[in-house]
Design a protein around this ligand. Structure first.
Ligand code: NFS
Length: 659
């Protein structure tokens, strides 16, 4: 008999649990229920199935994957590497296409064709130009003068366009890669050219009958993933900062308690910040506020979800209502008047679910129409207000005439510190006059901070929602590992208060001391999933600052995506591994232990290729131990394993000594 669905086994998020209860009472199903009712297809989960031609699909036994081969003779290793590489392509395509859309928008803004957005952060524009050797001055000698913003921005556009279009050479941001890491990439032939070329070649090579040697496939998969991390994702982050501002520490709230029953509630969910930035203008427009008041509301309340939510939480302190596995349950509150979406991570089920609750579910991006949405209104970047004003109007109408569903808003709210860009880390640790990563490196070398862990990625109904993220991070900070976060994972931790400086009390003594001195929380939110590029830049800065080795692979750092589900996560994981970072995933992993392909990912990439490596564990404590063991190994290799700065005794220590 099928096991009964139990809410307490599905999530540790009180708001999500409360709404699952409401959903059940109202006869409504969510992804939690569907995941419970439907076992994952064993073909897919073991990655031993090839469907790249019509002679198949060919399924190789997960128990003995070498027992037979596909109709064409493809072995397990070829099939698994091809499937993995195609996940990298899909994930990298999502990030790079997002980045390219940002770059297109940037060009039109610079040319003055789009006026609703403008260059907000000139300092960031200059910083990015300098990073890739674009001169800030023109003329010589006495005639030298600063270049105009427009001139700089146009050159930046033309240079960054090569991130996509370069048919040969190296992508522009490869200039940010530490020299030793870049040398290793050159040796392996994995420095990316334009992502269009890399993605195209990867699709070609994984076509039936082309590349059939798993190591060669993975070499190009590495190049493809790097074209995402140091390419498309980095462009998305940097251009968003230039247009909308580089995040700085900001106090902001998360969770469903930020919905307000007496206001018109609008949610933006997706990934590209443009829709959200325009929606902020719309909900603050006195005309729209007046209309809401005329409909009997106290005002308009705007909240974010998933990565677009993360972008504006970081930049503007707009409250974030929840991560990927809460996007359905928030509709169940009955309080959401409109949900506007663009691209990525938008469940098709949101359409019919919104219909049940009368929520206006609006798709806005030409790349993403969703069957079952209320309506599609394209966000045209030259006149974005047409789209967002219409959505606000629909939300007001629903507030006035369509709130038929029972409304129940969970009371949970949590404040924390967000907005920690890699630039802000400089300032936070070094102060205004000494902006540098030196204090971070020093504290790693003296052992107060054992190392740094990036904990990122999705939530997934195949594991207990939020649980793995939260337990893992708690274990890490207890062991003096500073945690940086992005995406849905960051929201899991923000909801339990770990982005509040008081979370220092959960840390080991060294990290606690740093948090107390600086006044920072032990868990730093660096943004959305494309902002994983900020973590790459932070790693590069740590190498450049000195004392922790010559390449990213030398650093005492580790990465994890404990509840991942999307192909984007595989691309992210692989660009971290390709950059030299040990990376561990939870939930499930698309390779079979004991096979040659698995050994390459979990060992060979590090021991033979000199990069990082993959690892896997479902249990958060085991995951933490593996990450800590890796960090310890790196500390030993750096010769700083035993280095703990002499501790100055305080009164408490003296009392204990005398006792
Ligand atoms: Ni990242 Fe953002 Fe969340 Fe996963 Fe989806 S929202 S890009 S893929 S689910 S972390």
């Amino acid at each position: 008999m099928a096991k009964e669905f139990k809410i307490e086994e599905a999530t540790i998020c009180p708001s999500t649990a409360q709404m699952l209860k409401k959903a059940e009472a109202e006869g409504v199903k969510t992804a939690f229920h569907r995941a419970h009712d439907m076992s994952p297809c064993p073909i897919g989960s073991d990655a031993a199935c090839c469907k790249n031609c019509s002679m198949g699909p060919c399924r190789l036994s997960p128990k003995n994957p070498y027992e037979k081969v596909g109709v064409c003779g493809a072995t397990y290793d070829t099939i698994a590497a091809r499937n993995f590489a195609r996940m990298v392509v899909a994930g990298a395509a999502a990030h790079t296409d997002h980045g390219m859309a940002m770059l297109d928008l940037f060009k039109e803004v610079v040319e003055g064709k789009i006026t609703d957005y403008k260059i907000k952060d000139e300092a960031k524009l200059k910083y990015v130009c300098e990073e890739i050797n674009i001169p800030l001055y023109e003329g010589e000698g006495d005639n030298e003068k600063p270049r105009s913003t427009k001139d700089l921005a146009m050159e930046l556009y033309h240079t960054l366009e090569k991130t996509y279009t370069a048919v040969e050479g190296e992508i522009p941001f490869s200039k940010r890669v530490p020299a030793k890491t870049l040398e290793k990439w050159r040796e392996l032939g994995v420095v990316p050219r334009g992502s269009m070329r890399e993605l195209m070649e990867m699709m070609h090579r994984t076509h039936m009958g082309v590349d059939q040697e798993y190591q060669n496939i993975m070499r190009h998969a590495t190049r493809t993933a790097l074209s995402d991390g140091w390419g498309g994702s980095m462009v998305a982050t940097e251009i968003s900062d230039i247009l909308y501002g580089t995040p700085k520490a900001i106090v902001a709230g998360v969770d469903m308690g930020y919905l307000e029953e007496d206001k018109v509630n609008v949610i933006v969910h997706g990934h590209e910040p443009n829709l959200f930035e325009s929606m902020i203008d719309a909900v603050n427009d006195p005309k729209n506020i007046e209309k809401a008041k005329a409909a009997g509301a106290k005002g308009i309340n705007l909240l974010g979800m998933c990565c677009s939510g993360a972008e504006v939480l970081m930049r503007h302190g707009i409250p974030h209502a929840g991560n990927f596995m809460s996007t359905e349950t928030i509709i169940v509150t009955g309080a959401v008047d409109a949900m506007a979406v663009d691209v990525q991570c938008i469940k098709q089920a949101l359409g019919p679910l919104s219909e049940c609750y009368g929520t206006k579910f609006v798709t806005t991006n030409p790349r993403a129409h969703i069957e079952g949405s209320t309506i599609h209104i394209q966000l045209k970047e030259d006149k974005p207000r047409e789209c967002v004003d219409k959505i606000v109007e629909m939300a007001i109408d629903r507030f006035k005439n369509g709130r038929k569903a029972k409304i129940e808003i969970p009371k949970n709210k949590k404040l924390g510190i967000h907005g920690i860009s890699h630039e802000y880390v400089n300032y936070m640790l070094g102060g205004t006059f000494r902006s540098t990563y030196q204090p971070l490196n020093d504290n790693i070398i003296n052992g107060r901070i054992r190392g740094v862990a990036g904990v990122v990625g999705c939530t997934n109904p195949r594991v207990k929602h939020d649980y793995v993220h939260v337990e893992l991070v708690k274990e890490l900070i207890k062991n003096d590992v500073l945690v940086v976060q992005t995406g849905c994972s960051a929201i899991s931790l923000a909801k339990v208060g770990l982005m509040d400086p008081t979370a220092k009390d959960l840390c080991g003594p060294g990290l606690k001391e740093i948090c107390e001195t600086v006044g920072m929380p032990p868990v730093l939110n660096v943004g959305s999933c494309v902002d994983n590029s900020r973590i790459l830049i932070a790693c590069a800065e740590m190498v450049k600052t000195g004392g922790l080795g010559d390449s990213i692979a030398d650093l005492p750092v580790a990465g994890a995506a404990p509840e991942w589900m999307s192909e984007k996560a595989i691309s992210i994981g692989h660009y971290f591994v390709g950059s030299g970072v040990y990376t561990i995933f939870g939930a499930t992993f698309p390779s079979i232990e004991g096979t040659k392909f698995h050994k390459l990912l979990f060992d060979g990439l590090e021991s033979e290729w000199g990069l990082g490596k993959w690892d896997f564990a479902v249990d958060p404590h085991e995951m933490a131990q593996k990450m800590i063991a890796h960090i310890n190994k790196k500390r030993e290799q750096l010769g700083i394993a035993g280095k703990v700065e002499r501790k100055l005794f305080d009164m408490e220590d003296r009392r204990q000594l005398q006792a």
